[in-house]
Design a protein around this ligand. Structure first.
Ligand SMILES: [Zn+2]
Length: 378
């Protein structure tokens, strides 16, 4: 019964039942896909409404992880790049195609929440806008292509010792999720909305899913051209294998979505990104080259414990930073390898663009058709 509910009469789901194993525990968080189940770890209660990055709440993030892991039952557990199967656990296995395996899983994970009515269209667009904002801030964007970042996965910090790749690399989950938008809108535009990325995924699945040996990167491009009915290899060459700036306006425009790029010079910026440590404090996980933080000598691994003499956890630190203005001087107390240090620095104007997405007011008939079917309204 479950197989039919998660698939359709012609395309039943490839399992009889599927188990979501949720662990709420005081450690880290993450999910791991299995053939017919997933194990997901969380350190906050199921219904926590704390903000969670580009997701409005922890609860929304949990839904996105559940959705992502469930999609892996098809993409990765059964359809995978040839290099990944059978998996050789005795060595690093490199492939440029993890943007398909992880990024498109994130694309469909989030999109499914929208199509299922768990997110409103504007809430979904807000989260994608934030994804674009964060993606375009990555110093590595001009250094590596989305495919390069997949190839480099074994060199990520924490995987193979402590590297400085954060400033030369970025997430292929994010890059692939953005590529999903480009390809989906391009296929819909090329076919008058007769075909979409859904058809592309199905074609790849039909041709390359287990027990077949998997796909090569060029199989993915060929299938996209077939589904689109014309050569759209340029999108792969320029924005996925290549690292050209993406004309988001063009691609989102096919669906009648307006892309606004807004400078935010009134926001304060010091060039630090943080993650939450086990005690809920802000631990610096990267310093942007050429930033006030670099000049002042802040370092990766420093734990920020106070700002201007006031003790802060991560939430309070982020809130404090939001309230500061360019030109403000801050005194940060940090713990570095067991020693307390005080470091002063001056915030500068936010140097990046903030993206906003919204439906255009008067879409053409073609735009309206693409938008409506893309969000799941038939
Ligand atoms: Zn995944």
């Amino acid at each position: 019964m479950y197989a039919a509910a998660a698939g359709s009469a012609e395309r039943p789901a490839p399992f009889a039942e599927y188990w979501f194993l949720m662990h709420i525990w005081p450690g880290g968080r993450g999910g791991l896909e299995h053939l017919n189940s997933t194990q997901i770890n969380y350190s906050s209660d199921w219904d926590s409404l704390r903000p969670a990055g580009r997701y409005a709440t922890d609860y929304e993030l949990k839904l996105a992880v559940l959705s992502h892991e469930f999609y892996h039952a098809w993409n990765v557990k059964r359809l995978r790049p040839k290099a990944l199967g059978p998996f050789d656990y005795s060595r690093e296995v490199h492939t440029p195609a993890l943007w398909i395996s992880e990024g498109l899983t994130s694309y469909y994970g989030d999109l499914t929440l929208l199509r299922a009515g768990l997110l409103t269209p504007q809430r979904y667009l807000d989260s994608i806008a934030q994804l674009l904002t964060e993606f375009e801030q990555q110093p590595g964007r001009s250094e590596r292509s989305i495919e390069d970042t997949s190839w480099d996965t074994w060199f990520r910090p924490g995987v193979m010792g402590d590297t400085n790749l954060l400033n030369a690399n970025y997430s292929y989950y994010d890059g692939g999720q953005i590529a999903g938008h480009l390809l989906d809108f391009a296929i819909r535009q090329a076919t008058g909305n007769q075909k979409s990325l859904d058809d592309w995924m199905r074609l790849l699945y039909q041709r390359h899913a287990l027990p077949k040996p998997g796909f090569e990167p060029e199989d993915a491009v060929r299938a996209a051209n077939e589904v689109a009915g014309r050569d759209i290899g340029e999108i792969f060459r320029r924005y996925i294998s290549g690292k050209e700036p993406v004309p988001y306006e063009t691609f989102f425009g096919y669906a009648g979505i307006q892309v606004d790029r807004m400078p935010a010079p009134s926001l304060a910026w010091i060039g630090v990104s943080v993650t939450r440590d086990d005690d809920g404090r802000a631990r610096i996980n990267n310093i942007t080259p050429g930033s006030p933080a670099e000049d002042a000598g802040l370092d990766r691994g420093d734990v920020i414990v106070a700002v201007d003499g006031k003790v802060v956890d991560q939430d309070a630190y982020l809130k404090t930073m939001e309230e500061r203005k360019p030109g403000d001087t801050l005194k940060l107390a940090v713990i570095r390898r067991g020693e307390m240090k005080e470091i002063s620095l001056t915030a500068v104007p936010y140097p990046y663009t903030i993206f906003k997405l919204r439906p255009v007011e008067n879409p053409t008939e073609a735009q309206r058709k693409i938008y409506e079917s893309w969000v799941g309204r038939k």
